[in-house]
Structures are given as C-alpha cells and as structure tokens.
Design a protein around this ligand. Structure first.
Ligand SMILES: NC(=O)c1ccc[n+]([C@@H]2O[C@H](COP(=O)([O-])OP(=O)(O)OC[C@H]3O[C@@H](n4cnc5c(N)ncnc54)[C@H](O)[C@@H]3O)[C@@H](O)[C@H]2O)c1
Length: 343
C-alpha cells in the first residue's frame, strides 16, 4: 500500500465488511474504471478479501500508480481497454462493477464524446458481459442526474426525476448517466438481469485527482491551500454541496453490490450534511493552516445551486449511513496530499 493513510482506510472498510459478514471471497469481479479514484479503492479492498479482480481501464483519467500495489497479487489482473469497445472473458465473471467514466467537470468540455460513449455504449458493453455470465451488475451513476433540483426537492429523493439541460456544457455527463441508467433498467426489465444503480454524491479522499482550477472542489482547494495559492471559488460560494469520505462511499457501493433483493433498485449514496462552498474553502484553509487568499470567478453555466441527497433509502435498504466526520476525512486527505502531491 503506497501510504499509511490509504492502508489504514482500507483496513477500516475491511473491518466494517467483516462485521457485516459481507465477503466477496472466491468471486470473480470485473471492475471497469478500476484504475480511477473509486475503482482502485474497490480493487484494494476486494483483492485483500480474496476475490479475483479483473480491472479494465483505458487510463483516460485513471493512473497506473493507483493500482501498482496490486501487481504482486495473483488474484489481480489488469487489462488496458476502452469499455466502449467489445471485450470477452473466458473466466466466469460473478459480478460486474461498472465505474468507467471521466467524472470531473473540467473534462466535460474537453472529452464530451468519450464521456457519452463510456456511459452509454460502455454501459451496454458492461451489461452484455453481465448478461452472458449471468452476473450481478452495479452501475455508478451520479447526483448529476438530478441536474439543478427545484428547492422543494432538497434533500433529493431517488423519486425526483431531475431538472437537467440536455444540451448544456454538463449534458455529456448528466444525460449520459441518465441514458446509462435507462440501459441498466432495460436489461433488468427485458432480461431479468440482477442490476443495482448507486447515485454517487460528491466523494473525496486519497487518490482523487486535483486536476486544474475546474477540477473537483476538495482536491483543488487542498492543493491550492497547501501551496498557499489563491483558492478559486465560482460565483459567491453560496452554492451548496455535501462531501462523503471515500471509506463511506466504498462501503456503500460494496453493500449495494452484495445485498440480496436489490435488483432494479436505485439508491443515493452520499453525505447529507449540506455545506456552502465558501465555508468549505475556509474550513480547508484552517485545517491546512494556509495563508491562501480567496479569488472569485464567474459561476459556470448550469452549475447546481444546491445539492444534498435524501439517504432514507440507503439507510433502509443497506443499513448504511456516513460514519466519517468531515474533519476526519479532510484531515486524512490533506495528509495524503502532503505526502504525495506537494513537491
Ligand atoms: N468521485 C465522485 O465524487 C463521483 C461522484 C459521482 C459519480 N461518480 C462516478 O463514479 C465513477 C468513478 O468515478 P471516480 O471518481 O473514480 O473517477 P475517476 O476519473 O478517478 O475514475 C474513472 C476511471 O474510469 C476510467 N475510464 C474512463 N473512461 C473509460 C473507458 N471508456 N474505458 C475504460 N476505462 C475508462 C478512467 O481511466 C478512470 O480510471 C464514475 O462513473 C463517476 O461518474 C463519482
């Protein structure tokens, strides 16, 4: 394991799973996007549980460094491949976890077609594999399927159908995920496939990429504060988001994959503690003891004003709720960034 921070957090997830008697031992699991932020955590946990992991990734936004610690394991196999192209496996696959997709706002403008393909054609390819192998499939959708929800739908339940611009700058991601969900449900309806959709809300932790100023907010703020560079805020910073530490997200995803009787279900997994972006910036600045000033930029088109999941369903169906405080999660993440990214 490349750092103690990650080793400690992987141990935490493993102990939670053990307590719940959730094991993927002896299962063969295909993880698409397994070299990315969330995918590599899943591989780390499941390889150590004794599952056979086939990680498929084209390194669009993932990194070799995220999975290099797994090369010594006999039960880990990596295939460099674009999941929007067909792929076949001789080994019997028991579970498909389809995560492959660029997911950072700064990539929406640069790679919209790839993002559309990964979530539409790529989801169709992943479903075809699951169908052929009679495997279960988990699809990581996103809170972005809700677009910019009407205020009466905050916190947002899974039953809210969304307020999404189909041709705006975010549509390649939002609409692709919506189409991906439609594909998943179609396979459930037409072929009776055992599928589950998790709508992932903003998640952070070690290995998340900082990107550039348009990258994801927490790694961007952490990198800027650690380098004492200006913290970039879009608009006045009064827009809200919620932030879940990676251990809680991986635990939720693995529970959603493992639990019985969830075929065809869609479940929000995220923190329900809503926070203004300006408050997050100041909090990270305080935790990192930084001198960074704050700089304001125009708000991007279609940026959601508020975002917060209703997690009643995750509590009921998964017996899941966040366990890590923002302070703990941010401290882990800042420490990891200090060790890994700052020269
Ligand atoms: N992290 C979050 O806060 C968040 C929030 C909502 C949804 N999600 C979803 O969770 C999933 C994982 O996100 P992440 O944060 O780990 O992002 P990430 O960019 O770190 O990981 C995505 C991985 O998919 C790979 N990939 C992309 N297109 C591919 C393709 N066509 N074929 C094969 N591999 C491909 C990338 O190389 C990368 O390794 C994504 O589907 C994303 O939409 C994440």
């Amino acid at each position: 394991m490349e750092t103690d921070v990650i080793g400690q957090s992987v141990e935490t997830i493993s102990s939670w799973l053990k307590k719940d008697k959730i094991s993927f031992e002896d299962k063969c699991i295909l993880v698409t996007g397994g070299a990315g932020f969330l995918g590599s955590w899943i591989c780390d946990v499941l390889v150590r549980q004794g599952a056979y992991i086939i990680c498929v990734d084209n390194f669009a936004s993932g990194q070799k460094g995220n999975i290099q610690q797994l090369n010594d394991f006999d039960n880990f196999e990596f295939i460099k491949h674009d999941i929007s192209e067909p792929i076949f496996f001789d080994r019997k696959i028991d579970v498909v976890m389809h995560l492959a997709s660029r997911a950072s706002p700064f990539e929406f403008a640069r790679f919209p077609i790839q993002i559309l393909k990964s979530n539409t054609i790529g989801t169709w390819v992943a479903l075809g594999i699951a169908w052929k192998h009679k495997a279960k499939l988990l699809y990581t959708s996103t809170s972005e399927v809700y677009g910019d929800p009407d205020p009466q739908f905050i916190p947002t339940p899974e039953s809210y159908n969304g307020n999404v611009n189909p041709i705006g700058p975010r549509s390649c991601y939002d609409e692709a995920k919506r189409a991906g969900e439609a594909f998943v449900i179609a396979y459930h309806i037409q072929h009776g496939l055992d599928v589950r959709i998790v709508r992932v809300f903003n998640t952070y932790g070690p290995r998340i990429r900082a990107g550039n100023i348009y990258g994801r907010v927490i790694p961007r703020f952490i990198e800027q504060t650690l380098k004492n560079k200006p913290i970039t805020i879009f608009g006045k910073g009064t827009q809200t988001r919620t932030f879940l530490y990676v251990t809680d997200q991986i635990y939720g995803l693995l529970k959603a994959t493992h639990n019985q009787n969830l075929a065809g279900e869609v479940i929000n997994v995220g923190s329900n503690e809503e926070m203004r972006i300006i408050d997050l910036a100041n909090y990270i600045k305080e935790l990192a003891t930084s001198r960074s000033p704050i700089e304001y930029f125009p708000l991007p088109v279609d940026d959601p004003k508020r975002r917060c999941p209703d997690i009643t369903k995750a509590k009921r169906l998964l017996n899941w709720e966040p366990r890590t405080t923002l302070k703990e999660g941010l401290t882990f993440t800042i420490n990891w960034f200090k060790q890994n990214l700052i020269n």
